[in-house]
Design a protein around this ligand. Structure first.
Ligand code: ZN
Length: 451
């Protein structure tokens, strides 16, 4: 039904009437951007036959249940025939939609409009080698933070009130949102003035809920910062998954795992959890929340190794989509690559190639947006520091409004006026590069681990 409405010929007629309109003569105005994005979506959607949309919905619904079972039994062979069907249908989709150079670009476009495999690979390739070396250096340093201080009794009601205080401090507006409990945390924008976030609590671990809530609050601040006057049009909507993730990651990691943030919040944490934190030093807590440790599961990975999990998935999905890798070879190749990047081998497929839901849902081309988010976050953050002066001393006083307002003005209020790559250039004056993120990781973790 949604497909029918989106592809209604009436929208096509309206778009035709706008061709050659003087309102659109200037590129990148809100008017031009609205037409550009609506036309892009309309053209793309009308090219996909209804039968393919239905078949994809049917096959991925079936595949999801099988994937749950396959992961439980750690048996890739159960999932394999479904994955093969999905790959075939996604090829049909790419051919129907069309692409300039690479069929994978047509899929990437669903999550990161305008991005291409060439552009993403160029940044990721440079990033990968330096990152593999940094992870190896950290592991070789032999320094092991004492993370037992994070794995003690952290009563859920206190976790909730503390995380709420932090989310409020960084700028998430509880008058226009709320925080609830869920199995898989997410943020959802119901409309202007109602943007909700969710969390999952572990009474024996500090990190999950606190950083999860900062992350979702970051998404929420973006949604709350969109221009309500442009609601319902591309000009009032978020740019892409990558840009969305840049906002959540910035608050979760660049701010929320910084020393200056904890200069303000650690004394408060000590008051809230005196039994476990009273005698802990800030430096030890700071090191514990920034532990770098190669591990099998992406969603539990730290700030440094996380990106290697993404690069690995990006390489594998490209290869099987191109036909360079047979789907039955995925578990083997996954483990080989994993060994070369992380120096450990997954004990089974549940902790390897079966851990993520994405491929079963037909989300091929989704993974790169996570790392794009980290890359955009660092590049924006550097520019914000240039514009706003010493952000660390502001954070140490619990002041986050300058950064929040800067993000709103430079990113949120612009909606989809620019696509992601252009937005980075407009905001920072430079094209997307791996340099800001890599330099940030090297500096921060170089100091922490003495490498
Ligand atoms: Zn996110």
């Amino acid at each position: 039904m949604v497909h029918d409405k989106i592809t209604s010929p009436e929208i096509g007629d309206l778009l035709k009437q706008l061709e050659g309109s003087p309102y659109l003569s200037e590129e990148d105005t809100f008017e031009a951007a609205n037409v550009r994005e609506i036309k892009h979506f309309y053209d793309k959607t009308t090219k996909i036959p209804k039968s393919l949309v239905e078949e994809l919905a049917r096959v991925t619904s079936m595949a999801h249940g099988v994937w749950v079972e396959a992961r439980k039994k750690s048996d890739f062979s159960l999932f394999l025939p479904h994955l093969k069907k999905i790959i075939k249908l996604k090829h049909d989709q790419a051919e129907a939609v069309g692409y300039e150079k690479d069929p994978y670009d047509a899929l990437l476009d669903d999550f990161e409009p305008g991005a291409t495999i060439d552009g993403v690979s160029e940044v990721f390739t440079k990033f990968r080698q330096e990152l593999v070396d940094l992870v190896a250096a950290i592991v070789d340093s032999g320094k092991c933070p004492d993370t037992s201080i994070l794995r003690k009794d952290y009563p859920v009601d206190r976790q909730e009130s503390f995380a709420k205080e932090a989310a409020k401090a960084i700028g998430y507006d509880f008058d226009k949102g709320r925080l609830d409990v869920t199995a898989h945390p997410f943020c959802t924008g119901i409309g202007p003035g109602d943007v909700r976030i969710t969390a999952r609590y572990n009474p024996k671990y500090f990190g999950d809920a606190f950083f999860g809530i900062l992350h979702e609050a970051g998404h929420g601040i973006y949604e709350q910062g969109l221009d309500p006057k442009r609601y319902g049009t591309p000009g009032g909507d978020s740019v892409s998954l990558g840009i969305h993730e840049s906002q959540s990651r910035m608050w979760e990691n660049l701010v929320g795992r910084s020393k200056s943030f904890w200069k303000y919040f650690f004394p408060r944490a000590q008051k809230i959890y005196p039994e476990v934190l009273e005698k802990v030093k800030l430096d030890d807590f700071y090191l514990a929340i920034n532990e770098v440790k190669p591990s099998f599961i992406r969603v539990k990975a730290d700030e440094v190794t996380y990106n290697l999990h993404i690069l690995l998935r990006f390489e594998i999905e490209q290869a099987f989509f191109k036909g360079d890798l047979k789907p039955e070879e995925i578990p083997g190749v996954w483990n080989e690559k994993f060994k070369s990047y992380f120096h450990i081998t997954p004990p089974n497929d549940a902790q390897g190639c079966l851990q993520d839901v994405h491929w079963s849902a037909g989300y091929i081309g989704y993974f790169p947006t996570y790392s794009l988010g980290n890359l955009y976050a660092s590049q924006f953050f550097n520019k914000a520091k240039e514009d706003l002066g010493d952000l660390d001393s502001q954070f140490a006083k619990g002041e986050f409004s300058n950064l929040k307002n800067w993000l709103q003005e430079n990113i949120h209020m612009r909606g989809q006026r620019y696509r992601a790559e252009k937005l980075a250039e407009v905001v920072t004056g430079k094209p997307l590069s791996h340099r800001p993120l890599m330099d940030y990781l090297k500096t921060k973790y170089g100091e922490l681990y003495g490498v």
